[in-house]
Design a protein around this ligand. Structure first.
Ligand code: SF4
Length: 365
């Protein structure tokens, strides 16, 4: 970074703009470290407008670390349902329990202690240290990264180790001592509302006079993108098994992808395997005797971060009780009312929301 870069002028312009223009968001009306922790956890990889109703419901139901620590994981996951990245909810719940036992229910105002809690990475620890505890830590999320790359015209990939170091140095150079909370929030706000990915609103931007990428006309080329890897497609078969008004659902083991969530029995299609064969294999693994594999109810497409799942859903009639095995550690026959109290996977929610197919199925069954 050049010594001539006017860090103080940038920071002053940024803070003045933030004071005048910041959005009124529910987590900005509190100084409670627990509430700020919940908000920062929900905001990871998720839009503000999506988070607001989840945040409000969550704080209403679990207003303190103690209330969250004492809750069942199923109740926490049910409130988180639809927000995605469920490991965040499992970690928040586990960390709340740890905060109760180790710190008497108060989040420790210390970076290392925060980092040692489940689910608290560099980003969340720095956000808590600055926003909740007024300590001089710089926070770099995706929005801040984009704004910094443009402001300093950083012409390399910012996601490499070297790129991260460079951005950390830019942000620390800007950070005004004793005002890390407002500074971090102002940078995040700038990236979220003006320094937008495709069409940055430079003419409204408080730091435009200092923005190097803007001066050089390359703001749309920053940040430099790393080469994209095509998302793989994987095919799964799922079984819709109802008895009366109850549906068979299985709970995924706590470790791993979507741990603790409930879902329709399903399996990935093996190489050269037909749908019926895969279903028979699945139902045998669950110790369910099959009396009928019925018609296809539809295909659900669901994008995960590393692959897209295509899930073909079939109605099945089975005998006996399911013994959960493999990916699952519990099985239950749940009515629609009961299902509302459980966290379901995205695929299962999509399958059950697919009213046309499901009601056709109910009539035919
Ligand atoms: Fe982003 Fe434009 Fe502001 Fe530069 S001038 S920080 S590109 S909005």
């Amino acid at each position: 970074m050049s010594d001539s870069f006017p860090t103080q002028a940038v920071t002053e312009a940024l803070l003045a703009w933030f004071r005048a223009r910041q959005r009124d968001l529910p987590w900005r009306r509190t100084r409670d470290p627990y509430a700020i922790w919940v908000a920062e956890t929900m905001l990871q990889q998720t839009q503000v407008s999506t988070v607001i109703p989840y945040y409000e419901r969550f704080l209403e139901r679990f207003p303190t670390v103690r209330s969250l620590a004492e809750a069942d994981l199923d109740a926490v996951l049910a409130l988180w349902q639809g927000l995605g990245y469920y490991a965040r909810a499992r970690h928040l719940h586990a960390a709340a329990r740890e905060v109760m036992t180790r710190y008497g229910g108060r989040l420790p105002p210390e970076y290392k202690a925060l980092r040692a809690l489940p689910g608290i990475g560099e980003y969340t620890a720095a956000a808590l240290m600055s926003i909740a505890f007024d300590q001089d830590y710089a926070v770099i999320d995706g929005n801040v990264r984009r704004a910094l790359c443009r402001l300093f015209d950083y012409a390399a990939d910012p996601t490499t180790a070297e790129g991260k170091r460079a951005l950390q140095a830019f942000s620390e150079a800007l950070l005004p001592k004793g005002q890390a909370g407002p500074y971090n929030q102002a940078m995040m706000e700038l990236g979220a509302t003006l320094c937008l990915p495709r069409e940055p609103l430079c003419s409204d931007c408080p730091v435009q006079p200092y923005c190097l990428a803007r001066q050089r006309g390359v703001e749309r080329e920053r940040p430099v993108q790393r080469a994209r890897i095509a998302r793989r497609e994987r095919t799964f078969i799922a079984a819709y098994i109802a008895r009366g008004d109850r549906l068979l659902l299985l709970r995924r083991r706590p470790e791993g992808l979507l741990g603790g969530l409930w879902e329709l029995p399903n399996t990935e299609l093996g190489p050269g395997e037909g749908d019926a064969e895969a279903l028979q294999r699945l139902l045998q693994e669950l110790s369910l005797g099959v009396s009928e594999i019925g018609e296809a109810l539809g295909t659900i497409r669901h994008a995960y971060s590393h692959f897209t799942a295509l899930v073909r859903l079939y109605r099945c009639a089975t005998l006996g009780e399911a013994s959960p095995a493999g990916l699952w550690d519990a099985a239950a026959w749940l009515s629609a009312d009961e299902r509302a109290g459980y966290g379901l996977t995205g695929v299962t929610r999509k399958a059950l929301e697919n009213k046309r197919n499901i009601s056709e199925y109910e009539e035919n069954f």
